[in-house]
Design a protein. Structure first.
Length: 256
């Protein structure tokens, strides 16, 4: 009788395993450009959770993007640098903003359109390039890391982020970095001393405003700002609190 029940249990367990093809992987890439040696190419679509440590190129990130059902991505202990071939291609194109990429960055369009829910970025990441996570409609949580300096335009546009903790190392956010993130309710830049704050407020267009965040409740300006223009709050119909900071000396009046 015991053998019968055991056989039934094993059969039931195997049946459950067959129903779910989800893969959870933890890999360490010793040499940049070789992530294919650590991932099952015939089962990339089965990977739902992936932890990556070690050294990566932008070409490795392109492989990660082929994990079409990936939901949880942890790269806290990884570094992403530009490959020699990638550097040559970029310098031949219009994209010559940076003569040399930082030693750890997130490439443009790196994860755009993926099914990600949660992402932990490398601890040493300094730059998130344009549209890196654009159209990740399910993305709810992102952990930026304490070395991040620049977030480019459209980096998190059309996502479902509800909270973002901005590190004090941040010096620039480009205009539409969080465009159409209706779930984002607080922007707290009070720990930052930002060199290009109004790039974020004004957006890609000269008269663009923070109204691309229609459900924003709380807005806290960065340190060091001496002026505040109320146009930043226009279109934020749910805004309850604005913290302008102790350094503000002039508040402009707007008729808009």
């Amino acid at each position: 009788m015991k053998q019968k029940y055991f056989a039934l249990f094993v059969a039931f367990t195997m049946s459950l395993a067959g129903m779910s093809n989800e893969l959870v992987l933890n890999i360490t890439v010793a040499e940049a450009g070789n992530i294919l040696n650590y991932l099952p190419m015939d089962k990339l679509s089965d990977i739902t959770s992936l932890t990556i440590s070690g050294k990566l190129y932008e070409t490795d990130i392109a492989i990660v993007k082929m994990c079409t059902n990936l939901k949880y991505l942890n790269m806290a202990n990884a570094t992403i640098s530009e490959s020699p071939e990638g550097s040559k291609r970029r310098k031949k194109s219009w994209d010559f903003q940076y003569p040399h990429m930082p030693n750890c960055y997130i490439p443009s369009n790196a994860f755009s359109g993926m099914k990600l829910i949660e992402v932990v970025l490398p601890k040493t990441v300094k730059l998130i390039r344009y549209s890196a996570f654009r159209d990740c409609l399910s993305l709810q949580r992102v952990y930026l890391g304490e070395s991040l300096m620049i977030i480019e335009r459209g980096a998190f546009a059309n996502t479902s982020l509800s909270e973002v903790k901005f590190p004090k190392s941040l010096i620039k956010i480009e205009g539409d970095a969080f465009d159409n993130v209706a779930t984002l309710r607080e922007i707290d830049l009070s720990a930052c001393i930002m060199e290009h704050f109004y790039d974020f407020i004004r957006g890609a267009e000269e008269n663009a405003r923070i109204g691309c965040l229609p459900n924003l409740d709380i807005f806290k300006m960065p340190q060091g700002m001496t002026t505040f223009n109320p146009f930043v709050t226009i279109g934020c119909s749910n805004l309850k609190d604005v913290y302008v900071g102790k350094d503000v000396k002039v508040i402009y009046y707007s008729l808009d």
